[in-house]
Design a protein around this ligand. Structure first.
Ligand code: SLL
Length: 282
């Protein structure tokens, strides 16, 4: 690939949220029957994916994802190009369109999937590798957590991540920060001009009034909805949990300090007692 020409935007970092992970379902006769031709020892259908938060498009910065599956799986290197996904989606109704980069498979065992991200060629970024454990069976710290997964019927192992572009090249920075638009609408024409130096780029909005995420922004939704667990609401809950844990640790430290002080006082008392006994015995 030709090296990227141009300057980097100094002192600037741009981040874009995304999600990666796996979703698995055991085969059953009612709502997940085994399709014909699937080997007898396969117990689950599963998907591995990389996609935007709130199903926003991420192909303006991520051009390709390569999934390396277990070598027991035929054709275990799967490469998905954004261009191909976009082309295939054109002929489908909106509800059937593929969101992000997805591989669907069936199997019987869990393993580690290597996910290699290839960035837009204007970015000049080297590919980056993520590792993700395919989960087929309910997991969690407690039985209750495992049970919750069984109820849903789906084993979800999803990770929220933020891709950071440090001092991006000017052209890529422009691609990242222009064309913010409402979901389901077309981006506003950028005019193709604006090459002038020092031309300021309006920062993407941090939030809309209704909490809806905009395409080509760094936003996450205000509230959690089914299938969309990563939101400001989730973040606030997590912050609350961390704060509560922090308060508890502080309380434990202060109790431990109190007990140390009491033990020190006890030691002083015992030493004095001992000294007095020794003195009177002498
Ligand atoms: C395990 N170490 O023992 C893992 C290996 C391999 C999973 C898991 C085969 C799929 C196919 C499949 O599910 N392999 O034959 O297409 O759990």
């Amino acid at each position: 690939m030709a090296p990227v020409q141009g300057k980097r935007v100094k002192g600037v970092q741009v981040y874009r949220p995304f999600i990666y992970g796996t979703t698995a379902r055991p085969f059953n006769d009612t709502d997940n029957p085994k399709p014909p031709g699937v080997p007898i020892d396969h117990t689950h259908s599963w998907q591995v994916f990389v996609k935007g938060v709130d199903d926003t498009d991420i192909s303006y910065w991520l051009r390709r994802v390569q999934f390396k599956l277990h070598e027991s799986i035929p054709n275990h290197l799967r490469t998905i190009d954004a261009e191909t996904v976009i082309r295939d989606n054109e002929s489908k109704p909106p509800s059937k369109r593929q969101k992000g980069f997805v591989v669907s498979e069936t199997g019987w065992g869990e393993f580690e999937i290597t996910i290699k991200l290839y960035y837009d060629s204007k970015s000049g970024e080297k590919p980056q590798t993520l590792y993700h454990h395919l989960r087929l069976h309910p997991y969690g710290r407690t039985e209750a957590e495992k049970e919750a997964m069984r109820n849903g019927g789906e084993v979800v192992a999803w990770v929220y991540e933020e891709q950071l572009f440090n001092e991006p090249f000017e052209e890529f920075f422009k691609a990242l920060t222009t064309g913010v638009h409402d979901k389901g609408s077309n981006p506003a024409p950028t005019g193709g001009k604006g090459k002038g130096k020092g031309k300021s780029v309006a920062p993407p909005p941090t939030f809309t009034q209704d909490g809806e995420v905009k395409e080509r922004s760094a936003m996450i939704p205000a509230t959690t909805r089914p299938g969309h667990p990563f939101s400001k609401e989730t973040e606030a809950l997590e912050i609350k949990r961390i704060k509560e844990a922090e308060d508890k640790v502080h309380q434990m430290i202060s109790e431990a300090n109190k007990s140390v002080k009491a033990k020190e006082a006890e030691l002083v008392r015992l030493k004095a007692e001992n000294a007095a006994a020794t003195a009177s015995g002498a």
